[in-house]
Design a protein around this ligand. Structure first.
Ligand SMILES: [Zn+2]
Length: 310
């Protein structure tokens, strides 16, 4: 059967999977994205809860090793009271209050939390609202990526960026830590994604990664020399490097301005309401993430406003 050149080109340029997805009605596709977003959100909750514990164990093991202390081996439980074998997959999720291992129906993203009214089915202790909040945020990002970029590899890449930013923001808010295990792979992923000019060209991505790191590195040293304090953590440099790699160097000024303004407003409100002391460090990761999400989905409206103003 003869095939027209145009349709052959379209078929070869689109991945078979995304081409098949494009045939689905938009409502079904959005529902699909929301379900995927909820499931990924559930996994992000595991990462947010477990990764800091895993890192702390690794640091303690390194410190013990450096000091020449023998590591206890063969024990079922570690110093933190959790099983010795502890990673993103093991042990199975359990209630932190009573240790009740969650059954499959208690582990359905969002649905289980709503059905159990935010309480453990065994001891009735409250389950943090952070769990459904992360799942909803992840589902919203999946739907937004689909609406903004259509059923494409670009939408999938955008969702990977959003999901990483959600996990990092939550860990930074709770532990004031942006783990290398998340920031560094995000730098490499940004460069790889832009090999195909997905969000920007490779030149802009490489310069963005370097400029993002150096910009905050300079701010850090300026603070340190002028005021003798550490204004931010090294994780912030790596996160901005990752954002430069994903969105290109030209996105960086807008991301930093949005982050600084949002951080200053939240900091002032929290200080004025007595929830925070003035000198207390504010985790900067969530604000950089907010700046990145605005830039990812809305482009660079600040530049347009500035150009219009002059
Ligand atoms: Zn319980």
């Amino acid at each position: 059967m003869p095939v027209s050149l145009a349709s052959a080109d379209a078929a070869s340029s689109a991945l078979p999977f995304t081409a098949a997805l494009a045939l689905l009605p938009p409502g079904v596709l959005t529902g699909f994205a929301i379900v995927i977003g909820l499931v990924v959100g559930s996994f992000l909750n595991v990462v947010i809860h477990r990764l800091p514990i895993m890192l702390e164990r690794a640091w303690r093991a390194d410190a013990a090793d450096a000091l020449g202390h023998a590591e206890p081996s063969g024990e079922l439980f570690a110093d933190d009271g959790l099983p010795a074998r502890y990673n993103l997959w093991l042990p199975r999720s359990a209630c932190p209050h009573c240790g009740h291992v969650l059954r499959a129906w208690e582990n359905i993203p969002l649905v289980s939390w709503l059905a159990l009214r935010g309480r453990c089915s065994h001891c009735h202790a409250r389950v943090s609202a952070r769990y459904p909040a992360i799942e909803i945020a992840s589902a919203a990002c999946a739907a937004a990526a689909l609406l903004a970029f259509g059923p494409s590899g670009k939408a999938l890449a955008a969702f990977v960026l959003c999901a990483s930013l959600i996990a990092m923001s939550a860990i930074d808010l709770e532990h004031q830590l942006l783990p290398d295990a998340l920031t560094l792979p995000l730098v490499w992923a940004g460069l790889l994604v832009n090999l195909a000019e997905t969000f920007t060209d490779l030149h802009a991505a490489v310069i963005g990664a370097v400029a993002g790191y150096l910009a905050l590195w300079c701010v850090y040293w300026l603070f340190r020399l002028l005021r003798g304090v550490e204004g931010m953590g090294h994780g912030d440099f790596k996160l901005l490097a990752a954002l430069g790699a994903w969105l290109g160097w030209s996105a960086l000024p807008q991301i930093v301005v949005i982050a600084a303004v949002a951080g200053a407003i939240v900091g002032l409100v929290a200080t004025a309401s007595g929830r925070m002391r003035f000198e207390e460090p504010l985790p900067f990761g969530p604000y950089l993430a907010a700046g990145a999400l605005v830039t990812l989905f809305a482009g660079t409206p600040l530049y347009a406003a500035f150009a219009w103003g002059i």
